[in-house]
Write a protein that binds this ligand. Structure first.
Ligand code: FES
Length: 106
């Protein structure tokens, strides 16, 4: 299992055991983590699964496709260097111990 820590905008956090092969978005929804709505169910078409990943771990994430890059410009909260659509991030062992911060709104 891969441990992912989700941090809410208020600073509270939860460590979740994620199953490799699922997405970070699916992991959040399956564990009732607040802050991800995922209206398009993972099609990279809504940006309501926006999250901030640790900047020094970005190299361990799947590469960003052009459509994800475009959709991030429509995220409800500011885009930062660690911004990704969590539905596009597959859980792999390389993510073990990563911190994912949720934005104020989706
Ligand atoms: S769930 Fe819609 S973009 Fe990720």
């Amino acid at each position: 299992m891969v441990k992912i820590t989700f941090i809410q905008p208020d600073g509270s956090s939860r460590e979740i055991e994620a199953e490799p092969g699922t997405s970070v978005m699916e992991t959040a929804l399956a564990n009732n983590v607040d802050g991800i709505t995922a209206e398009c169910n993972g099609s990279a078409a809504c940006a309501t699964c926006h999250a901030y990943f640790e900047e020094d771990r970005l190299n361990s994430l799947d590469a960003m496709a052009e459509h994800e890059n475009d959709m991030l410009d429509f995220a409800a909260c500011e885009r930062r260097s660690g911004s990704r659509l969590s539905c596009q991030i597959k859980v792999t062992e390389a993510l073990d111990g990563i911190t994912v911060t949720l934005p104020e709104m989706q």
